[in-house]
Design a protein around this ligand. Sequence first.
Ligand SMILES: [Zn+2]
Ligand SMILES: [Zn+2]
Length: 1018
Amino acid sequence: MPEPIFQPLPDKPDHPGLEQEMLTRWDAEETFAKLREQNRGGPTFSFVDGPVTANRMSLGVHTAWGRTLKDVFQRYKALRGFDERYQNGFDCQGLWIEVGVERSLGLNSKREIEEFGLEEFARRCREVVVQSSEALTRGSIRLGQWMDWGRDYFTFSDTNIEYIWKFLKIIHGRGWLYMGHRATEWCPRCGTSLSQHELTQGGVYQERADPSLFVRFPLLDFEGQSVVVWTTTPWTLPANVAAAVHPDEEYGRRANGEWVAVKLFPEDTFVERLPGRELVGRRYRGPFDDLPPGSQVEHRVIPWEDVTMDQGTGVVHIAPGAGGEDFELSRVHDLPVLSPVDEAGRFYDDYGWLHGLTTTEAADQIIGRLGETGFLVEAGLFTHAYPHCWRCDTPLIFRLSDDWFIAVDEVRPKLLEENAKVEWVPEYMGKRMDDWLRNMGDWNISRRRYYGLPLPFYPCSCGHLNIVGSRAELEERALGGLEQLEELRRPWIDRVAIRCESCAEPVERITEVGDVWLDAGIVPFATLGWENPQWVEEGYATGAARGLTKADLPDHEYWEKWFPADWVSEMREQIRLWFYSQFFMSVALVGRSPYQRVLGYEKMLDEEGREMHASWGNTIPAEDAFARMGADVMRWQYCAQPPERNLLFGFGPAEMIKREFLTFWNSVKFFVDYANTVGFRPSWSALNLEGALDPLDRWLVERTHAFVRDAEGAYEGTLTVAVMRAYTEYLDDLSNWYIRRSRRRFWDGDDHAPFQTLWYAIVQTLRVMAPIVPFVTDHLWRTLVLDGPESVHLAGWPEVPEPDRGLLDEIAAVRRVVELGRQARSNSGIKLRQPLRRLVVEGTSLDGHLEEVADELRVKDVELGPVEAVELRVKPNLPKLGPKLAKELGAVRDALAAGEFEELPDGRFRVGAHELAPDEVLVERGGREGWAVASGDGVTVALDLGLDDELVLEGAAYELIHQVNSLRKERGFELTDRIALTVPETERELADRHGEWISREVLATSIDVGGALEIQKS
Ligand SMILES: [Zn+2]
Ligand SMILES: [Zn+2]
């Protein structure tokens, strides 16, 4: 037997296997390098990668989602000839890294870290980044992500740090930098304050049961009277200085002397009622006046308009050292501020018997004491959403702290103006950004930690704040210690004192490090060489990044070329994190957004819709997914996902995708098998079809062009889900119409036009889908394209003419009639193989396609005319209507089932407030006796169900043909093998009447009657 023209395909693709093979070939052939070379000097597409935190030792499937989207659009732009940067980034500092190292070393407090030694601690942190970045790179390559691996940026490089220094110096020049003294959210385990945006991350607010206390404060000048407050944080009571009432609300005194808001206790009887403002100024005895701090305070009732009447007593306990709003009130009313706990959340020594206790440990003792002293009215439990540290999960407290802030009010209008120019996909995410920009407070940039950007602030006792803006400036002003400066990092940098530029006295750096979002936010400047006079080869590989990357530090011209990014993409959470920090820094530095278009996407959950947690056993390591589903199937799952909804990721959906993918695989295999049989050999130079084509071939060409155009629009709109939808519809047309209708021409094999047409369609599809499923498309490309570009990724985007939409609409109408005909048939219970006499079609013209419809539906005659319908049943078309109606779907379905709808023109229906489009409903019409009716999209068909002997015999012939062909397949006969057929005696009439037809269909050279059904090669 001669060598087949095309390598035969197995029944199913082995995704992981063929992916490994492709990785090896891409590597050997340097496919990615060739692609970059091919596009060099082309128009630019600038993408800036949001850095992944390098603290995990393997790629997670949620990270793989974002990486896939980044890869898809870079690949698409590359197919279109765009020159791209492909720089990957790693985030390398901050609590994520530190806490991991602390755990691995068994350290539990800042004191233990300092005893361990900051130098060694810094080296351990770097080691985590080294190992994690290697593991993440391996995983990403396996995923098929094409990046300039080895030239990644690492945010702990000295260069990155210097750029942030420069930014801070500029900010200070504008007067936006200040040190704030305030009560702020604080993690007692990490010993640092947290910023507002850190609290917006997922998992921060968790349900928690806390003590719920009603406590009375006895009034000093009103014997037997007290105000009653409610609190869920007993530890803050020793820091109480005031009780706030709403000045305009009514308060009542119970018979036992307790004052509470009337609105909150409508059932109670009161012996006296007063507006809140009349209680203001009354003095009371504090709950812990026996401890030194409380004894110094004159406690009093203050007015506060923000006292709410939805829970508690309407009287609010105020502890300015332990609450954010409380602290603001202390400024307005000049209240003393008691700060009860230290950095680790333990009571200070002057709190007597409480000293050394944590806020949680103190709770029980405080409650017991209040009971003994008669302050306690009632104690219980209260469950609420309470903020926890995003990294170590410790419940946060409020604590007084001196932190460094960037004031945002002056730049806020410009931020809003610039955000309005950004194109956000989906649109609502831009609205979220806008809300955030309107409402965010000043940016707290300091953290009392170790492994982070050293804030270059050197305050002097003379009152001057020195800010170092670069390493060169540091070296120039240093009083010593430069020789030991390994990196711009603690502890080395702390040993370099400088001279105050105002009074010339030596000054030291504050010990705080910076918020990690400064590290990631500066990336569009630090990696692109903003204001850098000269290109430095490997110039980004400084400090801790030395030896990890070969990234250059480009010059300013390069920045001009690549800034702003055309596109960035991350999950929605990043709106207040990376999207924000780089946006803020960029608007502050150069007055414009660092990106023009954003793709955001929601969260990943497991396939049942639960959060993925290691402790629940439902996380999926990417390694497992690569091995069990393959990277293409993962990428498909990510790309089919609408970005505005949570992705339910798992092996179940993966199985469905594999099955769905088989339709395409089978179409290609069909082509390969028959093309090998007839010896069809395509040529790349004759890719585009020329000359007069058979109408069906011409239609497939036009349909393919429409698909290419639709996919192009979807890619340009950065919506992979729209590419996937276009593909699914196209594939249905390709396999369930074109191949179905053309089967006989492929079997006959004497006309090569259908082979050429199908080859064209498949090849173009591979090019369109290559960004989404890069492995299998390249594998099939190498099977089908014998003399063209060696890889689909080097073949460019198909340029196609505007399709003939008229022709496409015409065939779409034919397909709709056929679908309705099938629906009518399946409702009637008559087999598809049984020929019927007649079909009546109403609502469409079917110009010149009556015969095709008759053939497809196996009816003798198709007539156009009115259908007499008697009963109308409408059901929701779930795939279309489900996403549109969401929660209201149930109500609409019930209304439809109950017949509560109105039929509108053009196949639309009204149900309550909803108007349903023709493709959103499935319509059945019960017809006259003996007819099956179906309708939809404004078209109605009626199938005559009457059978006669002739039709029944024909039906039997189709049945036999089907049986014999199944048998051929079962026995593994070649497509071209001829057979001798034996049929049972009962089929004699069939053999007599339809023998010739049957022989043709099953390639039989003879039919014998008598004995069991049997075939033999002849
Ligand atoms: Zn923490
Ligand atoms: Zn000074």
